[in-house]
Design a binder for this molecule. Structure first.
Ligand code: NIG
Ligand code: FE
Length: 428
């Protein structure tokens, strides 16, 4: 009996360069699984086939398909920004001059500035104002080919304030074509009212916030800022254990400003990811591998805070720990809403090749948000999240500070961004 034909809704064919990250094509001599003269076939929301254009099997019915000829161009999996503080109001521009003149991030925080200043500005903003800011920010990310974003709360620091931010994130996920993955970060810092009794705030997070966030299914992950001046290892462990008991997966802001034990805690708890990691002691790195913990690196924050230290990137690579690179978009340490710029800064700061960085915003970023079986690759069965760049040198996405932008972005099989003119500023 002849096989039933599979009706294709969209096809990209021929594709000049297809950066698949597909296991089928990846190997030592082809670490990104790059194909030339490729075809990608899409049915509804998913990729059903990728390979050489000449090898498209005959059981695919392309008669009703929207077919895009993108010869001479490059298609990537939709990029993933695995660490943002997307929803906040106000700016912290006034802190910039203090910092370049020598004040540290933690000193500014201790004086009631920093995160506390953003908590105040956020509290004064309405739900709609925060929502509109969020939509605009997602539009800016989409323009770079980003199709999935992790977003943390953390500028509420009260039960109502944290829930409200997670509700904004939920509305953004519902209304924007970008998927927004919610993380509860009630333990971002000790709010001013609890300064003299931090244990009470830890209790509030554990007893009131986490159960409510979990009951209303407002977050997938729980994160903690484990750092001197925020939450120590003991408090972080209690919070993360409570979150796990309520079904949340774990992330840790770890060893960013000092060696504070956060990375070791993340490995102990088999957290999905540990983030920042500038001061992570190298001997902890093998434990990340055993624990399956992804190292999420945030080069813009380190650059912006004038840090001299970089994470143990060589050790991550030699122990085969997955390394993701993200924006850390936030008003204090990384007011940079450009994943492409973060990629260029990451490559230069860490002395890593373009291939490592591209993996850091695709397959490894997908693992950092628990979606490695669904996004981050152009592979059969994966969600059809793609971006098409008008370049025939794929490395330009890493090497040019956002100087190349996609013509088209697809989310779940639909074109969600099409630009009539985005000629690259770099020779392609
Ligand atoms: O990832 N380190 C803690 N949290 C953020 C900064 C948040 C802020 O300063 O508003 C970070 O760098
Ligand atoms: Fe952060």
């Amino acid at each position: 009996m002849p096989h039933a034909k599979v009706k294709i809704s969209r096809a990209l064919a021929p594709v000049g360069i297809c950066v698949t990250l597909s296991e089928q094509f990846m190997g030592d001599d082809n670490p990104l699984g790059i194909l030339t003269n490729a075809a990608v076939l899409i049915k509804d929301e998913s990729i059903v086939w990728v390979g050489k254009q000449d090898d498209v099997p005959s059981n695919f019915d392309l008669s009703a398909a929207d077919i895009q000829d993108i010869s001479g161009q490059t298609v990537f999996p939709g990029f993933i920004d695995a660490h943002t503080h997307l929803v906040f109001a106000g700016s912290r521009a006034s802190e910039f001059d203090l910092r370049v003149q020598g004040a540290s991030y933690l000193e500014i925080l201790a004086r009631g500035g920093g995160i506390q200043a953003t908590v105040r500005a956020t509290k004064e903003s309405s739900f709609d104002e925060l929502y509109d800011l969020g939509i605009h920010r997602l539009d800016v990310l989409l323009r770079e080919g980003v199709t999935t974003v992790e977003a943390k709360s953390g500028y509420g620091l009260s039960v109502e304030g944290e829930i409200r931010l997670l509700e904004v994130i939920q509305a953004l996920n519902r209304d924007h074509s970008i998927d927004v993955v919610p993380t509860f970060l009630g333990a971002h810092t000790i709010p001013e009212a609890y300064k003299s009794r931090p244990q009470d705030y830890v209790r509030l997070v554990i007893q009131d916030m986490i159960p409510e966030v979990a009951r209303r299914e407002l977050a997938e992950f729980c994160d903690v800022f484990c750092e001197e001046g925020a939450f120590d290892v003991e408090a972080s462990r209690k919070i993360l254990n409570a979150a796990r008991q309520h079904g949340l997966r774990l992330k840790v802001h770890a060893d960013q400003l000092k060696a504070s034990g956060g990375g070791s805690l993340a490995a102990d708890l088999k957290a999905t990811s540990a983030e920042h990691l500038e001061y992570l002691p190298e001997e902890i790195v093998p434990r990340f591998k055993e624990a399956g913990t992804v190292a999420v690196l945030l080069p813009v924050a380190a650059q912006y805070l004038l840090m001299q230290k970089t994470p143990p990137v060589k050790a991550f690579l030699s122990y085969d720990v997955p390394v993701a690179i993200a924006t850390d978009f936030n008003p204090g340490s990384a007011p940079c809403l450009s994943l492409l710029t973060s990629m260029t800064i990451g490559a230069t700061l860490y002395h890593v090749t373009t291939d490592i960085v591209i993996k850091g915003v695709t397959i490894h970023a997908a693992k950092a948000i628990g979606r490695e079986k669904k996004i981050g690759r152009i592979e059969k069965g994966f969600q059809a999240d793609l971006s098409v760049f008008p370049i025939n040198e794929y490395r330009l996405v890493v090497t040019s500070f956002g100087g190349v932008l996609p013509h088209r972005v697809m989310k779940r099989g639909r074109w969600v961004f099409v630009s009539p003119n985005c000629d690259p500023v770099m020779a392609a």
